[in-house]
Design a protein around this ligand. Structure first.
Ligand code: ZN
Ligand code: ZN
Length: 417
């Protein structure tokens, strides 16, 4: 900018400030934030005070009274900070974020200010207010910092309702679980008959199954974090009647509204493993951010399975070896009949990466299968009435079905471990 333009801009700033000052009583915060982008290491209040002094020397003096722009909002910064501190009592946290909902009038004033008194250097009311309340909150509590992306606590100052709303952000814990028994679902299932309200069929529990991997893992966490709600996000899920063995399946446990955050993961791991013995065990716990939930749920993971298979008639060992080898490659799979009521009916292509079979008796074999995620193993064996091709039933020419299924490995480079 050349010196002449600079001089002109300075003139404009003084002019705009004088217009604001003469329009009605105005607080230093509002006067200062009209030129909030000017100068470093200054508060808006400093800026306003300086402008007021300069203008007084030019015989421009403002009126006394409540600020016509913010209606005294900036005088209540300490009060709002104290209300936030009271709301946060008894809650463990290190970081915070403030938001504000303006009254319609304050919203309109912001528009008037932008349209009629624009200097191009102003700071919006919400921005300035949130920062000032945050500073006061930190000063009052003396042990927390602002975090714009992952705060522990998020306050909304609701001016129309004269209320403060507090949201405690969840804790996210990554780990792997093993499900050592059949018949337990991964997550809580509402009763089919009453949809969770409670009825005679579910013994008024609202549950289709008395326990789930989610509930077995969550219980000690809820207690330790003083929370009443948790959700398990798995990297896919095994069938209810399948076990999850090997190194386990990655999951993220989301603990909602934790009043305690400093929970000891290794002792919680021990507690889950001691209380859910023979049912579920967990390992490799670590704190992660919210983003890991999507990462774990959407990862394209390869899976390894062990399947116990029975045949309708007797077969020879080398017949099995050939039939199993012929399965490897691309499998066309139309949505299985058993899940089509809840998933879109379409044909998917998935690859079976590796397969081996050992005959245990003339009508029984153990299969080891490695596949891309999303391949339905029970149907790969049965053929699902021709909906899956090839299938063991088709390559063998003898109806076959899975009687026991275990997932033994879930792997992807996307997992945090
Ligand atoms: Zn004001
Ligand atoms: Zn029920």
């Amino acid at each position: 900018m050349n010196p002449e333009d600079q001089a002109w801009q300075k003139h404009e700033i003084i002019d705009a400030a004088a217009t604001l000052l003469c329009a009605g009583p105005i607080c230093n915060d509002c006067l200062g934030r009209a030129v909030g982008k000017l100068g470093h290491g200054l508060t808006n209040r400093d800026r306003g005070e300086a402008l007021r002094t300069v203008l007084a020397m030019l015989d421009v003096v403002g009126k006394h009274g409540t600020c016509w722009i913010c209606e005294g909002l900036f005088e209540r910064v300490e009060e709002w900070a104290a209300r936030a501190a009271a709301a946060a009592q008894g809650i463990e946290f290190d970081s915070y974020l403030f938001g504000v909902r303006l009254t319609p009038r304050l919203g309109q004033m912001e528009t008037v200010l932008a349209e009629r008194f624009s200097t191009g250097l102003s700071e919006p009311l919400k921005h300035a207010f949130n920062r000032e309340v945050g500073k006061a909150f930190e000063a009052q509590l003396g042990r927390c910092t602002l975090n714009l992306t992952h705060p522990h606590l998020a306050f909304i100052i609701d001016l129309p309702q004269d209320a403060i709303k507090l949201r405690i952000l969840p804790l996210y814990i990554y780990g792997r679980y093993r499900k050592l028994v059949r018949g337990i679902p991964q997550t809580f299932w509402p009763c089919r008959r009453c949809r969770g309200r409670g009825c005679e069929t579910c013994n008024f529990t609202g549950k289709q199954y008395p326990e789930s991997v989610e509930e077995l893992i969550a219980a000690p966490f809820l207690e330790a974090a003083h929370s009443s709600e948790a959700h398990l996000h798995g990297a896919g899920r095994e069938d209810i009647d399948a076990r999850m063995l090997g190194t386990g399946r990655p999951f993220v446990l989301e603990v909602a509204s934790p009043k305690c955050r400093g929970i000891d993961l290794s002792s919680l791991e021990c507690r889950v493993n001691a209380t859910a013995t023979d049912k579920v065990s967990i390992s490799g716990l670590q704190f992660v951010s919210r983003e890991t939930v999507a990462l774990v749920k959407e990862a394209k993971a390869n899976k390894e399975y062990r399947a116990l298979v029975v045949f309708e008639s007797e077969i020879q060992p080398d017949t099995l070896t050939k039939a199993v080898a012929n399965l490897v490659g691309t499998v066309q799979q139309r949505t299985p009949q058993r899940v089509v009521h809840r998933r879109a009916d379409r044909v998917r292509k998935r690859r079976l990466l590796d397969a081996e079979g050992t005959l245990l008796s003339p009508t029984q074999a153990e299969l080891r299968l490695r596949s891309e995620g999303g391949l339905y193993i029970k149907e790969l064996v049965s053929g699902d009435n021709g909906r899956t091709t090839p299938s063991l039933t088709s390559t063998l020419g003898i109806p076959s079905r899975v009687v026991e299924l275990d997932v033994v490995e879930v792997s992807s480079d996307a997992f945090p471990d």
